[in-house]
Design a protein around this ligand. Structure first.
Ligand code: NI
Length: 183
């Protein structure tokens, strides 16, 4: 499976609104999704949205775990979601550090609703419906934002909470430094 080139902030595809997928079972879509998973693992991310690989389609891949994946089995877990939709179940904002494969070397503190429901289709055309909190909810929100041309920086109320990874240790009260960017 070929690795795909990741678009970086400034490329217009990251600011476009992605188009819905007509057929989740399409063979070319499956190839794209599989290449996205390989690209995500290779880049050390835990999520990736199709616009990040220059395809303006409503397709995301991510690791559906509540905490940082730390073992090989956890890292192997992946969800491929077509035409995803989010419902906010608890709007109470929770802050967490995010990174993005399209914005290398930076991390920023982003408030996100605490609990969400999300839905979409898998590559067999089967409906997926789940609820999520923690990192799981964060990564899904981050990836779905990419489908609407939104980057995590747009969600930051305080840009003093943006830092290079190598300088994060200076940030006062920084609870934990994530090892992997959201995607
Ligand atoms: Ni991202």
């Amino acid at each position: 499976m070929p690795l795909l080139k990741i678009a970086r902030m400034g490329h217009p595809v990251l600011r476009s609104v992605a188009s819905p997928v007509d057929d989740p079972t399409d063979a070319a879509l499956r190839r794209l999704a599989e290449d996205m998973v390989a690209t995500m693992w290779d880049a050390g991310g835990i999520g990736l949205a199709a616009p990040q690989v220059h395809e303006a389609l409503r397709l995301i891949v991510f690791t559906p775990v509540d905490e940082r994946p730390d073992g090989p089995s956890e890292r192997g877990k992946v969800t491929i979601l077509v035409n995803p939709e989010i419902t906010i179940l608890d709007p109470e904002p929770v802050e967490g550090l995010e990174g993005c494969l399209s914005i290398p070397q930076l991390r920023g503190l982003v408030p996100r609703p605490r609990r969400i429901g999300y839905a979409g289709w898998d590559l067999a055309g089967k409906r997926i419906e789940r609820e999520a909190t923690g990192l799981h909810a964060r990564v899904v929100q981050h990836e779905v934002d990419h489908l609407d041309g939104i980057l995590y920086l747009d969600r930051m109320p305080d840009l003093t909470q943006l830092a290079f990874e190598s300088e994060l240790h200076h940030m006062v009260g920084e609870p934990q430094v994530p090892e992997e960017p959201e995607g």
